[in-house]
Design a protein around this ligand. Structure first.
Ligand code: FPP
Length: 228
């Protein structure tokens, strides 16, 4: 029974409910995204690190999110740029290594440059790896991985896994989707094979560190059998 208390080494989060959170409070839509970016993520990543989590993946932008209104897309792009330039440096000071999954070629040059810089700047940090999923889609990731593979006959689950954006990162033991929707929407399509799933009804802007403790407690109460 000792195994049940092991802290998941990789927790992945589908950050949902930002607009509902803002709407229910009579705030502009962007306020939900801003609150998450400015107030929620840094304490959450730090708290996860303090608990011994080694990887935390955060889905910030999906391949489908470009279909939102142009006003929302441009407001979020501005927010991304601001956060990457002004907040990710602070994560570096806290020993966080930053990785990005997804196809970042679609972002503007200033966002791409800021991402490239911070990945380079934080590459030797070891406290925790924060993986931001940006323009990420599970099917898109699988297709891009397939295009990278040269020798199909020699392919194994391991070589395929290494061709994915998450190559070298262990699969998440726990995937959390805030906001009450009970689906993965293609998040970590390959990597989620044995993930425990958690669908709290509260919204991402409410994700204070204590809530992570509660979800990990709940995770501990589950039996992971891996098909055995
Ligand atoms: C999902 O909630 C949220 C998004 C699509 C955007 C998330 C972006 C951030 C939190 C900014 C983080 C910044 C960085 C650089 C990581 P929703 O808008 O779908 O809300 P809803 O379900 O209520 O409609």
């Amino acid at each position: 029974m000792e195994e049940k208390k092991i802290i998941p080494q990789h927790i992945a989060i589908i950050m949902d409910g930002n607009r509902r959170w803002a709407k229910e409070r009579g705030l502009p839509t962007i306020e939900g995204h801003r609150k998450v970016a400015d107030e929620i993520l840094e304490p959450l990543i730090e708290h996860a690190a303090n608990k011994g989590v080694k990887y935390i993946t955060l889905w910030a932008w999906s391949t489908e999110n470009w279909n939102r209104s142009s006003a929302e897309v441009s407001a979020i792009m501005k927010l991304f740029h601001h956060i990457i330039q002004n907040r990710w440096g602070r994560l570096h000071e806290k020993g966080v290594k930053i990785r990005v999954i997804g196809d970042i070629s679609k972002f503007s040059p200033d966002i791409k440059d800021a991402i490239t810089k911070v990945i380079e700047q934080t590459k030797n940090n070891t406290r925790i790896t924060a993986i931001f999923a940006l323009n990420y889609g599970g099917r898109d990731e699988v297709i891009r991985a397939i295009k990278k593979i040269k020798n199909f006959k020699e392919m194994t689950t391991e070589t395929f896994g290494n061709a994915l954006d998450t190559g070298g990162i262990p699969d998440p033991e726990l995937i959390i989707r805030t906001g009450g929707e009970q689906r993965l929407s293609g998040f970590l399509l390959w990597q989620s094979e044995y993930s425990e799933l958690s669908f709290p009804s509260w919204y991402m802007p409410e994700f204070i560190p204590k809530k992570l403790d509660e979800l990990i407690e709940e995770f501990h109460s589950r039996q992971r059998r891996f098909g055995k």
